[in-house]
Each structure stands twice: as C-alpha cells, then as structure tokens.
Ligand binder design. Structure first.
Ligand SMILES: [Zn+2]
Length: 298
C-alpha cells in the first residue's frame, strides 16, 4: 500500500488533512487524479432529501456566525474557513429528518450541517445556539484518509474514513474516542462564536450571553471540562496559569488538530484521560461526567 500524505498534491477545500492510501495494483497517477476529482469540491449533501431553502435572514445568520468562527480561529493563529449557507447548511422537513437522522436536534457531517425545519420556529436565541454549535463543528479540524483500490472492472474505487473531527479521534479498529469531550469543546467554541458575533454584529441583539444561557447542551460534559480546566490551572500543569489558558489550549487542539491538551492530561491525570476517551454524548454520559466533576480530578 502506497501512502501519499502531503496534501499539496491534493485540494484542501473542506478537509484540513487528507492521507491517500493506494492499494497495490492501482496506478498512482490515476489514483491521485481520481482523489483530486472526488475532493475538488465539497461532497454533495445527502441525496434523496428535499431540502428547504434558508430564508435571507437565516442565510445572514450563517454568514455572521461563520465570520465570528473565522475571528475565533484568527485569535488562535489559524486561517479562515468558508461556509456557504446555500451549499452547506440545510433545513430538512420533519419526516425526512427523522428518517435520516433520528431524533437528533441537529448535526454536522462530512462538511454539511443538517437542521430540522422546526429549528426555524424556535426562539431566536435557541436557533442561534443550534446554528453556532453546528458551525463550530464545521470550523473544527477535519482529517480523513481515503483508500483507493482497483475494482473488479479495473476502475478505481475509493473509501473515505474520518480520522479526526474536532476532538474526536478514530481508533485503529474504527472505534471513535473522545466523543463527549468533542461535544463539550464544541459548546465552548459555540459560546465564544456567539460572543464574538455579538460584538461584531449588532443584529444579534436580544441574545443573552450570561447566566443560565451560557451552555445550551451537553451540560455534564461541559461542566466536567470547565472543572478540569480550573483544576489543571490550579496545579499549574503545563504552565497553564488560569482556566482561560487551558480552554485556549483545548480550542487550539479542536481547530488545528494538535493534541496538546490530551497529551498533557494523559501525563497529569491518566485516569481522567481514560474516562474522557470513553465518555460519549448521551444524557447518561452527561450525568457520569457531572458526577466526576464534583470530585478532585488532578
Ligand atoms: Zn455537536
């Protein structure tokens, strides 16, 4: 199997990093041409769904929050992302949404955001909370591998597998770790995106960013991460002077694909690292995370 990992031979429009694995028997030049063609644009949204177009004000919200996400990335020394509302943010009717995505509130997958139509009838604050969360997912680091094999007909076939999405890491056997941590950091990023959007755009008026409105989902997971940040800074691990420094390191990992936080945690508190590895995004996981946040972790 040949490995091409330098991304400059391939476009980097929606993935931060792509490794191409070429099985024996596949011509390398043909494989690269194939991968280039496949990845030259965003993958299309899931087929077989009748999407509901966003209204102009909804499209403006996507643009405003995307600009804020770019600003947050800029604070972390990273380049901008481009999120086109028309191409990447989709409203889905009730039946189609349940059929394809179950009872999820909203989700981001393969460079696209899917929101149930009911989201547009929620309060403005809730709508922006949903949207900022999903835009945070899309702005985070995304890396994948594509394996190219010769098909029986002698053509080139490809399978794409995600390796890293935000804080989520795919393991060797295909199992995915740090799912709950990824959602917690997404919430923290979304909060900062809304806060920046509020400062950058007066049209966000009416959205409170204080008190109980701060976190809008994955409460247990977020509280555990916040508590961890406080305790890591208290002990002075990795020279982190305060909670903000730890959160900044986490956000840098989330957006750039680095692993400073998790590597530091693995050394400072291996049991907590292991807990986060298996922590999921369900409510039961949230309760477990909350219970752990009540004890001394470091
Ligand atoms: Zn999420």
């Amino acid at each position: 199997m040949t490995v091409i990992s330098e991304s400059d031979r391939l476009p980097k429009i929606w993935l931060d990093n792509l490794e191409v694995l070429i099985a024996d028997g596949v011509d390398e030049a043909a494989a690269v041409a194939y991968a280039k063609k496949q990845l030259d644009s965003y993958p299309p949204a899931i087929g077989g769904i009748e999407y509901i177009p966003l209204s102009d004000p909804e499209g403006a919200d996507v643009l405003m929050l995307t600009n804020a996400a770019c600003e947050l990335r800029r604070h972390l020394g990273l380049g901008p992302v481009i999120i086109s509302a028309a191409e990447r943010v989709h409203l889905v009717g009730f039946a189609d949404f349940v059929h394809h995505f179950g009872l999820a509130d909203s989700l981001a997958h393969a460079g696209h955001v899917y929101l149930p139509e009911r989201a547009r009838y929620m309060s403005r604050r809730r709508w922006l909370a949903f949207l900022s969360h999903e835009i945070a997912h899309l702005s985070g680091h995304l890396s994948a591998e594509v394996v190219l094999r010769a098909t029986e007909e002698g053509n080139c076939g490809a399978t794409l597998k995600y390796r890293r999405s935000g804080m989520k890491h795919a393991g060797e056997g295909g199992d995915v770790g740090f799912i709950g941590l990824d959602e917690a950091v997404t919430e923290i990023a979304a909060l900062q995106i809304r806060s920046l959007a509020n400062r950058m755009s007066p049209s966000l008026g009416g959205m409170s960013l204080g008190g109980e409105d701060r976190i809008t989902g994955y409460f247990g997971q977020v509280i555990l991460v916040e508590q961890l940040a406080i305790q890591l800074a208290d002990v002075g691990v990795a020279g982190w002077s305060d909670r903000v420094a730890v959160i900044r390191a986490l956000l840098a990992d989330y957006f750039s694909g680095s692993d400073v936080f998790l590597e530091t945690l693995a050394e400072a508190a291996p049991a907590v690292h292991e807990f986060l590895h298996t922590l999921g995004d369900s409510e039961i996981d949230g309760e477990k995370a909350y219970a752990l946040s009540r004890v001394l972790l470091i």
